[in-house]
Write a protein that binds this ligand. Sequence first.
Ligand code: FE2
Ligand code: FE2
Length: 483
Amino acid sequence: MNVNIMNVDYSTKIPNNVNLSEDRQVLKALEGWHPGYIDWWHDMGPDGFQQSLIYLRTAYSVDPRGWAKFDYVKMPDYRWGILLAPQEENRTIPFGEHFGEPAWQEVPGEHRAMLRRLIVIQGDTEPASVEQQRHLGKTAPSLYDLRNLFQVNVEEGRHLWAMVYLLQKYFGRDGREEADELLRRRSGDADSPRMLGAFNEKTPDWLSFFMFTYFTDRDGKMQLHSLAQSGFDPLSRTCRFMLTEEAHHMFVGETGITRVVQRTCDAMREAGIDDPADIAKVRGLGVIDLPTIQKKLNLHYSLSLDLFGSEVSTNAANAFNAGIKGRYRETQIEDDHRLQSDTYPVLKLVNGEIKRVNEPALTALNMRLRDDYTQDCVKGMLRWNKVIATAGYDYKLTLPNVAFHRAIGEFRDVHATPDGVLIDDATWARRKHEWLPSTSDGDFIASLMTPVTEPGAFAAWISAPKVGIDNKPGDFEYVKIET
Ligand SMILES: [Fe+2]
Ligand SMILES: [Fe+2]
């Protein structure tokens, strides 16, 4: 393996392992884009803390065994760079009509528009999440959590750079225009919103943040896995490295929710509460009751399912046929990787009932990826439910039915309970706050969101993590706050 590819050149203003110093045109384009990015970071990145020293990891190689270096950094000084996983020698296109042909090192002309669109959509989600999370620093439950938030934020910023690099290097003038547009759209903006629904929602509190990093970053993981299979090799290599960073974001979500559930169970035990559904009593302890955690879960899971698009989609089929976007773990699947005559079971609405219907596997690729996603989501649920069971409570967090609270796909025009029972509009209107957070649920959670900034201390609604970041001790000062 080429050592130069593994290590990152920090001599240029933009750290990279793609030889930017010899790629003057692209370097110039990126340097031209840089000031706009910094402006965006100051306008829309974390509110406050820009002068604080944050204990962050920065990528200095793409070696999976040790690519990160930890140190105190001011966020605006973070070295956002371009990092691609090493090129695999003789890599071939692993699926679609071009199956087995050498992977493309340049954009295939006939698929240029489709490829650019997929890169732009992925790129748009990255700054969007930073915008959604920008107010959370002010209410962090600990310095440990504050540091994790900022780590996620700077890396989402780097993921934007990753997509912008592809646009500027491979798509010429319209790539540069798209790169500018990525800095212009804003999450939740009435005139110029981000491209996908879930990325225009608010992330009002830390439970939402953990749900977002668990469920919505996991959609990102699935999309990146599919794009990492791409026949367009630079996209594949980019996504492969992004996935190593993404793992931490989902760790933050999974352990965050575990710690909230743990604290709630501990508090209920200490107070001798036997019924976890006694919401008023549990809230009286200053912790978040399990039924409210379930409502937040219902919200974020259903919003994230919408990100997979329509269950049956010719766009998905076209992207697969073209060799642009594959399946989750494509190379490990044992079939012909062309899917011309295969079928896949899709949940559909048939005469007012939810039924499994076989569809051509090619058009059902979104459904398949969504199924893979759901399976991946289940793992964390098992962990959270184990915490609840170990504490001696007969209560289970569950994923709602796919027909529940959907805005895209087969179930967008119907209402369903989390158990998948179809209900009419009036019933939905009357009962939806049994299943989704109400204003008063939000107000209660907001009332707990007071910042804790003493090293080693944690807000009363969340337990301490089992291990520190970079194996630091419990009272480590992850953020040196400077106002
Ligand atoms: Fe990302
Ligand atoms: Fe992420």
